[in-house]
Design a binder for this molecule. Structure first.
Ligand code: PHE
Length: 497
């Protein structure tokens, strides 16, 4: 019978409340009881039916016991085989085979026979006149399927002798479960728009999610190109003895991003066109900034000092409190330099490589977020030659050997220089970074001692990576959407070749 038909019949019978015993159902449908039990279990899993066990047991004659059915108990066979003059045990066993073995022990126990050693060679002799076979009728009855009125003690003895055994099994009474139906519904694996629109989802049974299912093993992993190039930059910096700064604050206050850098509050970079300001929380209360340092920053912006005349405007703390997404990693450097001054100055070399944000028009080469690489060296008596020498060393390690510098302007550096490198490939000079010496208006309010100079430079991470990987659209490089096959197929890229 087809499995589906069997299930339909079974559910119909359960529905009518008539499935009292699964074995009867199996017999009526001429299928193996185990097949019915398998089907029932799957219906139980779907909560369609519930099963209640019916315990059965039956006494059966074991294969060892079958040898004596319709013949005689082995001990009786032994008794009968012993002649008046006795018989050697060996002869007895040859004559009776297995029955001789089993029967001899039992006949001895029953004291029907004994061993007589008086004639020299030990012989088995009878000890009683006659015996009665009480075992045979039991074996015969059980073999014929009649359990009837069998003496309990005799039965136990035969079970101990493993001539009879109790066989236990279960069948099942089946009734409706909480999700009973005459037809099994195929569980849906997905909630579709159609189901939602038609309302069919109400009557749909959904297959539970299997959160333990294993996904397909990935064929291989790849690091993001930007991460790979970042690693190389890190290596260059660490080889040159630089220490990485903590860059884990994308959200920064205007104070550290601009004011600490002597960037005037009217500077166009502070405009919302260039900077992403936060609305929640919109400000960092000024109490979070070191009060004395804040005051020195204010004074320097307004009136100058350290040989400077300042900007001569009315510096507002509210402007410094405004929160933003940091626009450059120089915000990280300003925090670090202030910390260095507080710790007690010592010569130091720092670097950072992390994300910055600018409210820029997005095109093939510009995104609103990108990575900056920044190097900072602080020591007594540093000069522009130290900056040029350090840049030469750094860019040399990147493989950019021909450098040129062009005077530039940054609010926080003086002098400032744009860095150009000659590209053999493009046969022209291209801009590769920006640099300068931090102004005393920035360093002295921090508390860095007189005579300490700080040289610094910055560059983007994306541009060199695009060149290395020959990607001409920054959108193909940034973020998680980068094409895996591009990464997989691309030759290994190394800086400094
Ligand atoms: N902060 C500058 C920028 O965003 C780079 C720079 C860093 C310039 C350090 C000078 C010194 O372009």
């Amino acid at each position: 019978m087809a499995a589906l038909q069997l299930e339909t019949d079974l559910l119909a019978q359960v529905g009518a409340g008539q499935l009292a015993d699964s074995a009867e159902f199996a017999k009526a449908h001429n299928v193996d009881h185990q097949a019915v039990v398998g089907l029932l279990k799957s219906l139980v899993m779907a909560d369609m039916v519930v099963m209640e066990a019916i315990e059965h047991s039956r006494l059966t004659v074991t294969p060892a016991g079958q040898l004596y059915v319709g013949v005689a108990a082995p001990e009786v066979q032994v008794f009968n085989a012993v002649p008046a003059e006795g018989i050697t045990l060996a002869d007895l066993k040859t004559q009776l085979g297995v029955a001789g073995d089993v029967g001899f022990k039992q006949a001895m126990q029953n004291k029907w026979v004994g061993i007589d050693k008086s004639g020299g060679e030990p012989k088995v002799v009878r000890k009683v006149e006659s015996v009665q076979d009480t075992v045979l009728p039991i074996l015969n009855a059980l073999a014929a399927g009649q359990e009837g009125s069998i003496n309990e003690a005799e039965l136990m003895a035969l079970m101990r002798r493993k001539l009879v055994a109790k066989e236990a099994w279960k069948t099942w009474k089946v009734s409706k479960g909480p999700c009973f139906a005459l037809q099994r519904k195929k569980a849906a694996t997905e909630l579709t728009t159609d189901m939602l629109q038609s309302g069919a989802w109400r009557d749909t049974t959904f297959k539970p999610y299997n959160f333990d299912a294993l996904g397909l093993p990935p064929s291989g992993g790849h690091l993001h190109p930007l991460l790979k190039v970042r690693t190389q930059f890190r290596k260059i910096f660490t080889q040159m003895g630089f220490e990485e700064m903590p860059t884990n604050n994308y959200v920064e206050s205007s104070f550290w991003n601009f004011d600490a850098l002597f960037q005037p509050q009217q500077h166009p970079a502070r405009d919302a066109h260039d900077t992403f300001f936060l609305t929640k929380p919109a400000a960092t209360p000024a109490s979070n900034f070191p009060a004395d340092y804040l005051e020195r920053v204010k004074q320097t912006h307004q009136h100058g000092g350290f040989g400077s005349i300042g900007y001569g405007y009315d510096w507002k703390v509210a402007e410094a409190e405004k929160n933003l997404l940091r626009t450059h990693t120089t915000a990280v450097s300003s925090r670090m330099l202030y910390r260095l001054a507080q710790e007690g100055f010592h010569p130091a070399k720092y670097f950072s490589i992390d994300r910055v944000f600018r409210n820029e028009a997005i095109d093939r080469t510009h995104l609103a977020e990108f990575h900056q690489i920044e190097g900072v060296v602080c020591d007594y008596g540093l000069t522009l030659s130290d900056l040029i020498g350090t840049l030469q060393q750094f860019f040399d390690r990147l493989g950019l050997k021909k450098l040129r510098f062009k005077p530039a302007f940054n609010p926080y550096t003086e002098p400032s220089m744009e860095i150009f490198s000659y590209s053999e490939q493009l046969e022209k000079w291209i801009e590769v970074g920006n640099s300068g010496m931090f102004r005393p208006e920035m360093l002295r309010p921090m508390g860095l001692p007189e005579g300490v100079n700080v040289i610094a430079w910055g560059l983007g991470l994306e541009r060199p990576t695009m060149i290395l990987y020959q990607v001409d659209n920054i959108r193909d490089l940034f973020g998680h959407k980068v094409s895996l096959s591009m990464v997989r197929k691309n030759a290994i890229c190394r800086l400094g070749l």
